[in-house]
Design a protein around this ligand. Sequence first.
Ligand SMILES: Nc1ncnc2c1ncn2[C@@H]1O[C@H](COP(=O)(O)OP(=O)(O)OP(=O)(O)O)[C@@H](O)[C@H]1O
Length: 275
Amino acid sequence: MRSAHLSVVPAQDCEAPHAPAVELRGVGKTFSSRSGRVDVLSGLDFSLENGEFLAIVGPSGSGKSTVLNLLAGLDQPSAGSVLCQGEPVAAVNTGIGYLTQHDSLLPWRTVEQNIAVPLELRNFDRAEIAARVHEQIAQVGLDGFERHYPSQLSGGMRKRAMLARTLIYDPPVLLMDEPFGPLDAQLKLVLQAELLKLWSARRKTVVFVTHDIVEAITLADRVLVFSPRPCRIRLDEPITIPRPREVHEVRFHPAFEEHYRRLWAALESPVRRPS
Ligand SMILES: Nc1ncnc2c1ncn2[C@@H]1O[C@H](COP(=O)(O)OP(=O)(O)OP(=O)(O)O)[C@@H](O)[C@H]1O
């Protein structure tokens, strides 16, 4: 998947006071291909306040990545509008950091060289790049692996390196597309805990796509459940479990079961077969 680092719109163009951090208004998206038209999104409306953590769950093919691509400005809606801090997203959006589900590290660059890419593209001077890379590597716990190449890292370390590369230019909005999907359960918990720590410290606005309902409840302030395409919002569930949250303990909170039941019921209905 493409990265949102090659930027056309200056980040400051994405900053207007009091507007929602991101907003979709009546968004439709239709793809045309040789096999015909696919209506993926239809009349989709939602918005997020600054600093809010939103998770999106939904069936495969329901349009979750499409929504992230529209917010990143990598694609344009067929109808309606996509706004960032009140401004339409008309080109590649530098006000966001995009962590895709695919491994997008450059194999010929070391960890520190990969993490430096967004700053090199923004013409930061070498001393500033070195200082920021050093600090970011420490924050994601990759100290000692600066000179390693991606092929010498575990899956979890590669995810940490990608997260560091996304955070290094301090984008106010983070888009995360199943970032921990293929990792084992224990590592997933570790990275979720680190993400919550970083989020608490920096209060980014986050849109986090996942197939894992427990992960959505653990991390988010709100969870949207998408219907099969053309996607509509089946459920907009505010998560009432207080913060700070311990990722190991969220599932034992009294409110967890009720959130889980409602989210599962909203997700499950499209795959029920007639008896
Ligand atoms: N560039 C494109 N051209 C044609 N069809 C596309 C394109 N991008 C996405 N689609 C189609 O749009 C639909 C939604 O895709 P999308 O990747 O947004 O789904 P998703 O909910 O993220 O799925 P998953 O959970 O499997 O990752 C799919 O049917 C997909 O084939």
